[in-house]
Design a binder for this molecule. Structure first.
Ligand code: GDD
Ligand code: MG
Length: 349
């Protein structure tokens, strides 16, 4: 089976880390986010991934020059301009040889029948969703499109998806006003689709799958969903990007080492629930709590970093204090003794 992974967004909620790097190329503990996503797909029998690219496509092709990511072939579908989520699916599907209706690529006798059920994923979602079972359920129901749903406390940030007892989607409301959500079950960003869905996506303009295609299908009664309680996180905000990584080292989802072997943490530093990446240095008496110190960053003596991210090669001066989801961009410097609360350095101008 083929999977299209959407990785073309600008990742603005993770600025400044994503000023020059797509969020799916940011490291999640030990490897880029996209490798976690693709490895999960490979474990469920996906044999080919099409990366749907827009912003900084070369970040992916440079990282996987032989076209292999997490052990399976990846192909690149680069949009000439952002087409939004459904436009991106259409563009990537056609690039991958997926054809709607009977125009099967195999009708000419090709042995490579790619006009089959396919997967679409939001590339910033880290999950242990049972994709194999989801595909089986989709086929058993004879559905045209099946979405995975996950239950969250704060549905207003997501696509909210009420269903009936049989899994028929009753409505699809993208980012409703807080308090008005019809359900706590939200679109988990994994779709099983039949090629006929491509006929529902107009060509030549931006089309949102969440605001246009799925609401229309829900109104028709032709959209299905399956609820899942598997591990799930959308790592697209600083808070979630930190949590997704801590979950992989604290036993919630994995037991990876929290400090890279090539990092240097002074024995007098106090490191709690934090990740220290390759080549990073944490000085004497520094305090880290619920934070990420990225590759080759340095945290000076006595500095405090709590619920915050120090970007690659960035420097936090002696005695500085970073708290409350402060994010320091690549190679930036925070002066000694400076106090930052919920800051982005540099900020968006
Ligand atoms: N190729 C391409 N082109 N990719 C895009 C584009 C585009 O124009 N716009 C966004 N993407 C990619 C992003 O890179 C990301 O991987 C994915 O599409 C989803 O975009 P986000 O910007 O992360 O959306 P979101 O998190 O606000 O909401 C989406 O995900 C939620 C679950 O995590 C929606 O699908 C919600 O309905 C859903 O609940
Ligand atoms: Mg997202």
């Amino acid at each position: 089976m083929q999977a299209i992974v959407l990785v073309g967004g600008f990742g603005t909620r993770l600025h400044p880390l994503t000023r020059n790097v797509p969020k799916q190329m940011l490291p999640v503990v030990d490897r880029p986010m996209i490798e976690h996503v693709v490895a999960h797909l490979a474990a469920h029998g996906v044999t080919r991934v099409v990366l749907s690219l827009g912003f900084r496509p070369e970040a992916f092709s440079d990282a996987y020059p032989d076209g292999i990511c997490a052990g399976i072939p990846v192909h690149y579908a680069v949009e000439p301009e952002p087409l939004d989520t459904a436009g991106a699916v259409r563009f990537a599907a056609l690039a991958a040889g997926i054809r709607p209706g009977n125009e099967s690529a195999s009708s000419a006798g090709s042995a490579d029948d790619v006009s089959d059920t396919f997967l679409v994923l939001n590339g910033d979602v880290l999950t242990d969703l049972n994709v194999t079972a989801m595909v089986a359920g989709h086929r058993a129901a004879g559905a045209e499109a099946t979405l995975a749903l996950t239950e969250v406390d704060d549905p207003s940030r997501y696509g909210v998806v009420p269903t009936d007892a049989e899994g028929r989607v009753l409505g699809f409301v993208e980012k409703p006003d807080a308090g008005s959500e019809p359900s706590r079950w939200i679109n988990a960003g994994t779709y099983v689709l039949e090629p006929s869905i491509l006929e529902r996506i107009p060509a030549g303009r931006r089309v949102s799958i969440e605001r246009e295609v799925f609401p229309a299908m829900a109104a028709e009664g032709s959209l299905h969903a399956v609820q899942s309680d598997a591990y799930w996180i959308d790592a697209g905000t600083p808070e979630a990007y930190i949590r997704a990584q801590l979950d992989l080292v604290d036993g919630t989802r994995g037991d990876l080492p929290a400090a890279h072997p090539s990092s240097t943490v002074d024995p007098s530093a106090d490191v709690q629930r934090s990740i220290v990446m390759a080549g990073a240095t944490v000085g004497p008496g520094a305090h880290l709590l619920n934070s990420i110190v990225m590759d080759a960053a340095t945290v000076g003596a006595g500095a405090m970093v709590a619920h915050s991210i120090v970007g690659p090669g960035a420097h936090v001066g002696e005695g500085a204090s970073l708290t409350d989801l402060t994010v320091i961009g690549e190679s930036e410097s925070v002066g000694a003794g400076i106090e930052l609360i919920g800051a982005r350095v540099p900020g968006d101008s």
